[in-house]
Design a protein around this ligand. Structure first.
Ligand SMILES: O=C(O)CCC(=O)C(=O)O
Ligand SMILES: [Fe+2]
Length: 331
C-alpha cells in the first residue's frame, strides 16, 4: 500500500515497522530477526518501536540541539570542524560526494561528535583524521549539551548491540557474532538541522542530497516534519513514513559488503518542504554505527550478484574503509 501526499508517495510497504518489545524471549527474537532480515534484503530500511530508549532522553537531546542551532552563526562557527576535530559545519554536500555524485550544497547545518569523546586529537591530525580519533568541539552552551549527548550516545550503543544480535540471528549466525567486532565504541552521532527556507533553493538543491551511509547501520531519529526519502527501484523517491516514538534503521555500505551484498545499503535523501511548509525547520539525529577500527570486514555470506554495488570496492577494516572515503571527499 502507498499513500500520496501532494505528489509524494509514502513507502509504508517498503519500510516496515518492527516492534522489538517482544525480543526478551527466544521466540520473540526469532520473529523480529525474520522481519529484519526480510527488510534488509529488500529496502535496507525499517522502523523500530518498542526499542526501550527513554522518550524523555530523546526530548532532552532535541532540546539541546535546538538550543545550539539557535545560537548566532559566529558562536556556532567557534565549534567548527577543523583538522582532527568533530563539530559544527554548514552546507556540506559531502554525503552525495561520498557516493560519487557532485551536488549543490545541502540546505542544512550539522553538529557531529564521536561517541569516544577523546580529550585531544592525535599528533599530526588533519582533514583526513578518522572521526573516532578526532576530538569533539563541544559548545559551552547550552550548558548540558555534552552531558546529554553522551547519555544519548550510551542509549544508542545499547540499541545498536540489541540490533546487531538480531542481525546475527537474521543471518543465521550465532547471536554474539558481532560482539567482539563492535566492542570498542567508534560510532558517531550527528544532529542535522534543516533550517526554514527563506528563499527558493537552486534547481536540484535539496535539504540533503542523495547518498548511501558509509558505516554499518544507522539509527536515525526524525521529528514529525518529514522529508526523508528512499529510492525504490521502479518507484523512484518515496517518503519514509513518520511513526511517533520510533527510530528509522538503515544498513550502511559496510554491512552491505559484510553480508556479501545480500543486504542492501539504499540511496536516500531529504526532500525540500512541501509548498506552504517552507518556514518549518526539521531536525534529525542519526547515530552511525562503526565496528572496531581494526575489525576484519569480509563477506560473511558468499557474494551475491544480485546487489553487487559500485560503492563497495574491497574487503578491509573500518579504519581503511573510512580513510578511503575521507580521501575521496576531500580530494
Ligand atoms: O535527515 C534525515 O532524515 C536523513 C539524514 C541522513 O541521511 C544522514 O545524515 O546520513
Ligand atoms: Fe544518510
Amino acid at each position: 500500500m502507498s499513500t500520496a501526499i501532494d505528489g509524494v508517495t509514502v513507502a509504508e510497504d517498503f519500510v516496515p515497522v518492527i516492534d522489538l518489545s517482544g525480543t526478551d524471549t527466544p521466540e520473540g527474537k526469532a520473529l523480529a530477526a525474520k522481519a529484519i532480515g526480510s527488510a534488509c534484503e529488500t529496502s535496507g530500511f525499517f522502523t523500530v518501536v518498542g526499542h526501550g530508549v527513554d522518550e524523555e532522553l530523546v526530548d532532552r537531546m532535541y532540546e539541546s540541539c535546538r538550543a545550539f542551532f539557535a545560537l548566532p552563526d559566529e558562536r556556532k562557527a567557534a565549534h567548527g570542524v577543523g583538522p582532527g576535530t568533530n563539530g559544527f559545519y554548514a552546507e556540506a554536500g559531502c554525503g552525495s560526494k561520498s557516493s560519487g555524485i557532485e551536488s549543490l550544497p545541502d540546505l542544512q547545518e550539522v553538529f557531529a561528535a564521536s561517541v569516544r569523546d577523546n580529550s585531544a586529537p592525535p599528533a599530526g591530525a588533519d582533514a583526513l583524521t578518522l572521526p573516532w580519533e578526532a576530538v569533539n568541539q563541544w559548545p559551552a552552551e547550552p550548558a548540558d549539551f555534552r552531558a546529554v549527548w553522551l547519555e544519548y550516545s550510551a542509549a544508542m550503543e545499547r540499541l545498536s548491540q540489541d540490533l546487531l544480535h538480531l542481525f546475527a540471528l537474521a543471518l543465521g549466525l550465532d547471536e554474539h557474532f558481532f560482539d567482539d567486532k563492535t566492542d570498542q565504541a567508534s560510532s558517531t552521532i550527528s544532529a542535522n538541522y534543516y533550517y526554514p527556507l527563506t528563499e527558493p533553493p537552486m534547481a536540484g538543491q535539496l535539504r540533503k542530497g542523495p547518498h548511501a551511509d558509509w558505516g554499518n547501520l544507522t539509527i536515525l531519529h526524525q521529528d514529525g516534519a518529514g522529508g526523508l526519502q528512499v529510492e525504490q527501484q521502479g518507484h523512484g523517491w518515496r517518503d519514509v513514513p513518520y511513526t511517533r516514538g520510533s527510530f528509522v534503521i538503515n544498513i550502511g555500505d559496510m554491512m552491505e559488503f559484510w553480508t556479501g551484498g545480500r543486504w542492501v545499503s539504499t540511496m536516500h535523501r531529504v526532500r525540500n518542504p512541501l509548498p506552504g511548509q517552507e518556514g518549518e525547520a526539521r531536525i534529525s539525529i542519526p547515530y552511525f554505527h562503526i565496528p572496531n577500527p581494526d575489525a576484519t570486514i569480509e563477506p560473511i555470506l558468499p557474494f551475491s550478484n544480485a546487489h553487487t554495488s559500485q560503492r563497495i570496492k574491497t574487503a578491509s577494516t573500518p579504519a581503511e574503509w573510512f580513510g578511503a572515503r575521507l580521501a575521496e571527499v576531500f580530494s
